[in-house]
Design a protein around this ligand. Sequence first.
Ligand code: AQP
Length: 312
Amino acid sequence: MIRLSAITPSGHVQLGNYLGAVRRWAREGTPDDVYFISDLHAMTSSHNPAKLRTLTREQFAVLIATGVDPHSVCVQSDLVRELGALTWVLECTCTYGEAARMTQFKEKSAKTNSASRSSVRLSLLTYPVLMAADILLQGAGEVPVGEDQLQHVELARALARRFNGTYGEVFTVPKAVVPKAGARIKDLADPARKMAKSARDSTGTVFVLDPPDLVRRKIRRAVSSPEGIANLADVLTACTGKEAEDFTDRYAELKDVVADAVIEELRPVRERTVELLEDQPELDRIRASGASRARSRAQHTLDAALRLSGLT
Ligand code: AQP
């Protein structure tokens, strides 16, 4: 069973991405799985090309440094031709109504006035179809996602079934799986929000590549409300595997214990990432090999989909 997951280079990898996703891919992944940097998805809103390239490379290095099987890792745009072709076929399988119904599209495009709505990128409407192409091209059977992405996997299932029924059996119909409750890491400065790589104010976000003294400073400044303390306890458990003891009235001590745990957890990843980023040929070699594996796996499905839909 192929599992497929992705991380979007919309910012530097943060602790929540790491504990909730990347570390799991390293620990629980099999060589059949596909883990990719979704740089095409990062273009659905205003983006800076040089920054996108740098973040893609950095996230790729973080995945490898964390121990995700290099055979499983690839960069989405390394398959842009295959994905472009399949996305077109799937757009011709999808209705406008289905795409426009996506809650994420409605939320992200629903700005206060219609002028700003009409200036959102068309790709914001169509990217769930690209996501379906990501999934179907690799023949993924399971797609671990958060609740917010369930609707997109449902669309991929609907498109796979419709195509198979109309033109011939080509696609594996994927299943969404919501991973069993991993802690949702909250922003340290505003625990009402989840930690996010693109947060406007980064004081509440620990990035995997932050130097240890910065990690400590951010954790020491974490909000000491009940939610903030519960979040720190979750971080401690995720890093050490142990339940946090009762630190009532000893929050400064708790913060130091959490900072130590996070620094130790991230240290090897950070060091290995820095080494990899300094070794461009090695990084290029791993990336090319992951791309070639993903491409060859995609080829059969793509050829069949093109042929059955009356192309080539
Ligand atoms: N705070 C979090 N706690 C646990 N898991 C998290 N993930 C993200 N934030 C947390 C998981 O990280 C994986 C990759 O995320 P993504 O890049 O696909 O997009 P996202 O969920 O939108 O991540 P961010 O960091 O919040 O990015 P921005 O700021 O750009 O929106 C996913 O498996 C996600 O669940």
